[in-house]
Design a protein around this ligand. Sequence first.
Ligand SMILES: Nc1nc2c(ncn2[C@@H]2O[C@H](COP(=O)(O)OP(=O)(O)O)[C@@H](O)[C@H]2O)c(=O)[nH]1
Ligand SMILES: Nc1ncnc2c1ncn2[C@@H]1O[C@H](COP(=O)(O)OP(=O)(O)O)[C@@H](O)[C@H]1O
Length: 206
Amino acid sequence: MQDKHGAILLISGPSGCGKSTLLKEVYKDINEYYFSISTTTRAPREGEKHGVDYLFCSKEEFEKDIAAGNFLEYADVHGNYYGTSLKPVKEALAQEKLVIFDIDVQGHDLVKKTELASYVTSVFITTPSLKELENRLNNRATDSKDVIEKRVKNAKIEINSIDKYDYFLVNDDLSKASKKLVSIANAARIKSTLFNKDLIIKEWMN
Ligand SMILES: Nc1nc2c(ncn2[C@@H]2O[C@H](COP(=O)(O)OP(=O)(O)O)[C@@H](O)[C@H]2O)c(=O)[nH]1
Ligand SMILES: Nc1ncnc2c1ncn2[C@@H]1O[C@H](COP(=O)(O)OP(=O)(O)O)[C@@H](O)[C@H]1O
């Protein structure tokens, strides 16, 4: 039976909840995955690498990509553009990989309206409390006071989207949370085998 393909694990959560940290843990325990490197107009933080964490570009370059139809989705998040390039995602899916998106709630809603919606398993990640989120953003020390304030304010809006997601994960104990995320990643791959359902029914009917 052919018709093999990959799956998409879409994670969202307020800035500072620990998405990147969790994903680094998860990568130790899964294989055949592809992290979708987003394009952004945000300035790189210390230690971030172009082509690894993000593809950093100017507003003009980003708008050219929008006009060329290069994005599966894009959004203005905390005052900067962020977008997912369609081509590498399609290539990775064709190679039967688990494609990982770390995108915001607007991106989630947009992807769910595309032809790739049925590939998606979604997870909303958060901290046990808003205070803990604020502490993590302050301790990470990558953003100014103003930027942190904006992110905490947006977190209160983002949390209202929680019910749209397949899974909800509290990143309290890192090791426990990453084990749960590995289970969800494995389930996401199994969900993609449901695409063979129609082929199986056809075979039964012959
Ligand atoms: N819609 C959308 N959101 C993205 C994309 N890439 C990153 N984001 C989101 O943008 C937000 C800010 O990301 P970033 O500036 O790296 O801050 P961080 O979440 O604190 O690490 C996060 O919620 C990301 O999930 C993308 O391609 N599309
Ligand atoms: N489970 C956890 N417990 C305590 N601190 C954490 C945990 N997960 C992540 N952190 C810390 O919180 C900060 C934000 O994590 P990060 O992965 O950058 O978040 P995000 O990618 O969601 O913005 C970092 O300083 C990170 O070391």
